[in-house]
Each structure stands twice: as structure tokens, then as C-alpha cells.
Design a protein around this ligand. Structure first.
Ligand code: CTP
Ligand code: MG
Length: 235
């Protein structure tokens, strides 16, 4: 595929929402925990709906919650602008992404993988990732500068190094890739903490584009409080 093909190509989104949310500690899987009247997953879907290039969405939900996820789609999102499929996730995030990839049509040119837990991610972040891949990058991920000094440590907690902070980025999602590149990286059967790592391991260059503090991941109860405040303020 040429760069021009990618630039004009369609985008598929894998929205991973199959985690249990153990650190949030709610009585249901994290994606179904409300921020305001709407659950985390619905806020995440709203964000995807704001992205014009999207042609297909695969929502990956916990196996017991497929119907609940489908209901959210049906009740609130009669949008005919792209196809949406709800599929069951797996034990690890990597398994869930793999399930989502299998549910996307073969003909999407660019695939974004996005954490539903980053429910308030602005549309501009999606656009920056899509634009970078459309402009010829194999992959693009949003990142923000690291404010703390970061140390590496050994097994005893003794500091072994202090990486140059100006070279560090805290990366977020959506992470976007040429579809063939991402599918190829996942075919290797490896696991990693983010999708870019698998693509890096496969030997491709992945660029960092500007992220956004609003793309934070709802992980602990205080993150949910922060999200609720932001939504009340109109985020
Ligand atoms: N995820 C998933 N399948 C898994 C694990 C995680 O789809 N087996 C998704 C989560 O739903 C979330 C994103 O990956 O949207 C990031 O994961 P994380 O924030 O760690 O969510 P959980 O794994 O649910 O939370 P915890 O680690 O606290 O249990
Ligand atoms: Mg997790």
C-alpha cells in the first residue's frame, strides 16, 4: 500500500472494554461503571463517534456482558455511519485486542486500538494519530512528557539509572497502525503492555504524536471522581 492509499483509507477501531477493573473495585466490570448517567464504555463510544474517518468499530466486552454492551450500542447509538460489532474479550488485554482485530472487516487500512478506560480522550487525539499513519508512519501513539524524574532499579530497589527525562514520554491510546502491520505483529503470538511494543518488536518505526491529559486512564476510584468532575464541567 502506498502512503496515499493509507491517507485516503478507512479506519477500524478496536475498543477494548473487557477488563474487570480490579483496581477500581466496583461491583461490575469497569466499562459498565457510570461516570455520570452514562457508563465509561458509552463515553468512550461517543468519542469514537466524533471521528469522521471511522468505518468500523469492534467493541470488546467481558463474555458475561456482551448483551449489556450491545444494549448500549442499540439504545444510544442508532448511528448508521459505521458498522459496530460487540465481541467477547479474553483474560489478558492482548487476547482482547486479538478478538477485536478478528471482528474488524479485512478492508480497513488503518486500525486504532483504544482503551475504553480512557473514556474522555478528545477527538483531536484520534485525528493526530490517524493523520500520522495516513502520512506514512507504520504506527503512531499519543504521548505526553513525563513530569517526574524516572529511575530504573534492580531487584533490591537500588537505583541503576536515571534516563534523560527529555527522551521519555508517557504513552496513551488510541494507538494507530497500518492494518497489515498490526495484524502481522499480533500474528506473532507475543504479549506486551501496549500495542506499539508488539509493532516495535516486529521491527517497525512507531512515532509519538501529541497526547492530551484528558486521555488519562480511569484506573483507581480517584480517577473516576476526576472523570465525573470533568464531565460535569463539560469535558
Ligand atoms: N482490557 C481488556 N481485556 C483484558 C484486560 C483489559 O479489554 N483482559 C481493557 C480494559 O477494559 C481497559 C484497557 O484494556 O479498557 C486498559 O486496561 P486496564 O485499565 O488495566 O483495565 P482493567 O484490566 O479492567 O483494570 P485492572 O487492571 O485494574 O483490573
Ligand atoms: Mg488491567
Amino acid at each position: 500500500m502506498t502512503d496515499a492509499d493509507a491517507a485516503s483509507g478507512s479506519v477500524g477501531v478496536v475498543l477494548v472494554a473487557a477488563g474487570s477493573g480490579s483496581r477500581l473495585g466496583a461491583d461490575k466490570p469497569k466499562a459498565f461503571v457510570p461516570i455520570d448517567e452514562d457508563p465509561i464504555l458509552l463515553h468512550a463510544i461517543y468519542a469514537v463517534h466524533g471521528v469522521q474517518e471511522v468505518a468500523a468499530l469492534a467493541i470488546v466486552a467481558p463474555p458475561e456482558w456482551l448483551e449489556a454492551a450491545q444494549e448500549l450500542v442499540d439504545l444510544h447509538l442508532g448511528c448508521p455511519c459505521f458498522t459496530t460489532r460487540v465481541v467477547a474479550g479474553g483474560a489478558e488485554r492482548t487476547d482482547s485486542v486479538r478478538a477485536g482485530l478478528a471482528a474488524l472487516p479485512d478492508d480497513v487500512d488503518i486500525i486504532l486500538v483504544h482503551d475504553a478506560a480512557r473514556a474522555l480522550t478528545p477527538v483531536e487525539v484520534f485525528e493526530r494519530v490517524i493523520d500520522a499513519v495516513g502520512a506514512g508512519a507504520a504506527g503512531a501513539v499519543p504521548g505526553i512528557p513525563v513530569v517526574d524524574t524516572v529511575k530504573t532499579v534492580d531487584d533490591r530497589g537500588i537505583i541503576t539509572g536515571t534516563p534523560d527525562r527529555s527522551r521519555l514520554r508517557a504513552v496513551q491510546t488510541p494507538q494507530g497502525f497500518l492494518a497489515d502491520v498490526l495484524r502481522g505483529a499480533y500474528a506473532g503470538g507475543l504479549t506486551a503492555t501496549d500495542d506499539a511494543a508488539l509493532v516495535e518488536l516486529a521491527g517497525h518505526d512507531v512515532v509519538v504524536v501529541e497526547g492530551d491529559p484528558l486521555a488519562f486512564k480511569i484506573t483507581a476510584p480517584e480517577d473516576l471522581d476526576r472523570a465525573a468532575r470533568l464531565v460535569a464541567e463539560g469535558a
